[in-house]
Design a protein around this ligand. Structure first.
Ligand SMILES: C=CC1=C(C)c2cc3[nH]c(cc4nc(cc5[nH]c(cc1n2)c(C)c5CCC(=O)O)C(CCC(=O)O)=C4C)c(C)c3C=C
Ligand SMILES: [Fe+2]
Length: 425
């Protein structure tokens, strides 16, 4: 693993340089080979203090989009493979890799792009990202448990850690919003850039893979870097305060990155992505009084401080008590999800808010598209979610309606394609 180049989470290599201008300035190959070098203009920081523009390296030791400082927008898609021809799947992964390398570098999806295929061909790039900034687009791929059935000869390579998640108490899962053979997470600071990327990847998959479900997200609900301010979720609380952060490599090695001797060798340097579409019962929450809201979460609403403390990053003290008992109630969300309560278990959260209109009863179909990365979902996410599903006071206000788990392989060296470590293991 040592010869993999190291990608720099959220490295700001540019900005303000649109796809068209990047492409015009130098040949496409040169840009991809040295995106950092050519797109080196500084950019102004956004309100989180982190540059919102520019290019995040596509290749590196780990896939981008995991510890990359969370961008503001997401388009997540899960595919079903529709062929049984393994070679066709590999060909698609190779095409996807070329397109992903180009699009994350701020280029059109193909060399001919939106206008270069001639007047009598459907353009090979759909065009809606022309003139837009690269917006720190990251594309992260993962493989679901179902990919390892008997279709492609991958069963012996299935990691023990990659299992369909168990049914948790009160789960109300919609199978059409769950599972999938392959997932791609697109994150960017411009929603149109993320949507363009997924649209173009889905388009070339025709005949090999079809979209099973997808989810748009806005307003990251976690900070994954100490350089980022903590955002708020749709319940109005700061979310991501006590998250793992990119600046803590020891904690990431402990809880996020798969080690060489953990499981299947092809996953070394990778991570597991757990996705849960969690509906938030907004109208019910909005009727709850502030004291109840704070007791449910276990933190105060304005500062985000643990109850009984004063500032956001004060340590969660589960032992502290006032005249009415523990400051952090025994059913508070942060108590039950905390490493102190769970014997040291931690995960990297990287979720997004969503609102998808309203249901037939006039209630907002809104919530949290929860994404977590972990080294082993069976040892980390499953016990954590089991504890929450059993006892969390938040359960009165949420419902889990979608679920999926994917093995995200390590990052790519130059010339490698997505899934090479698996398909050529
Ligand atoms: C299984 C893991 C988790 C699910 C599912 C989950 C859903 C969920 N969380 C919030 C809001 C908040 N969560 C906060 C902290 C927090 N949440 C989890 C895990 C899950 N959350 C963890 C591990 C933690 C950190 C606990 C700790 O050690 O302190 C917070 C507090 C701020 C923070 O630290 O991030 C909020 C707020 C909602 C609304 C939700 C489902 C919709
Ligand atoms: Fe949480």
């Amino acid at each position: 693993m040592t010869d993999r180049p190291t990608n720099t989470p959220g490295r700001d290599t540019g900005s303000g340089i649109s796809r068209r201008r990047l492409f015009g300035a130098v040949g496409a190959g040169a840009v991809i080979a040295g995106a950092g070098a050519v797109a080196g203009r500084a950019t102004g920081p956004d309100d989180t203090g982190v540059a919102a523009h520019g290019v995040v390296d596509f290749r590196g030791e780990h896939q981008a989009g995991i510890v990359t400082p969370a961008q503001d927008r997401m388009h997540f898609v899960a595919f079903d493979i529709t062929t049984t021809d393994r070679a066709q799947v590999v060909a698609m992964l190779k095409t996807w890799t070329e397109m992903a390398a180009r699009m994350t570098a701020g280029l059109e999806a193909t060399e001919d792009g939106a206008t270069g295929d001639g007047a009598y061909q459907a353009p090979s790039d759909t065009g809606e990202a022309l003139d837009l900034d690269p917006s720190q687009l990251t594309l992260t791929i993962g493989f679901g448990p179902s990919l390892f059935d008997d279709r492609f000869g991958l069963a012996p390579l299935k990691p023990a850690a990659l299992q369909d998640l168990p049914h948790f108490p009160a789960d109300n899962l919609d199978p059409t919003r769950s599972g999938g053979d392959i997932a791609i997470q697109a994150c960017a600071n411009d929603p149109q850039v993320a949507v363009h990327a997924i649209r173009n990847l889905a388009r070339v998959a025709f005949g090999t893979a079809s979209v099973r479900w997808s989810q748009l997200g806005f307003g990251r609900t976690s900070s994954t870097s100490t350089a980022q301010a903590t955002p708020r979720n749709l319940f109005g609380f700061k979310d991501g305060t006590n998250n793992l952060k990119a600046e803590d490599p020891d904690a990431l090695s402990e809880s996020v990155w798969v080690a060489g001797d953990d499981d299947q060798a092809w996953m070394a340097g990778g991570s597991y992505l757990v996705a849960r579409r969690i509906r938030m019962l907004i109208e019910q929450w909005d009727r709850a009084v502030l004291k109840e809201q704070e007791a449910v979460i276990g933190r105060d609403k304005r500062e985000g401080a643990p109850l009984g403390q004063t500032t956001e990053f004060d340590e969660l003290d589960l032992e502290s008590k006032g005249p009415d008992g523990p400051f952090v109630p025994v059913t508070a969300h942060v108590r039950l999800a905390s490493a102190q309560h769970l014997g040291g278990i931690r995960i990297l959260r990287r979720g997004y808010n969503f609102t998808d209109g309203s249901d037939g009863f006039g209630h907002l179909d809104a919530g949290l598209f929860f994404i977590a990365f972990c080294r082993n979902p069976l040892d980390q996410f499953v016990p954590m979610q089991l504890e929450l599903a059993r006892s969390d006071a938040l359960n009165e206000y949420i419902q889990h309606v979608g679920s999926a788990v994917f093995a995200c392989p390590p990052g790519l060296r130059d010339g490698e394609y997505w899934g090479q470590s698996l398909f050529e293991a």
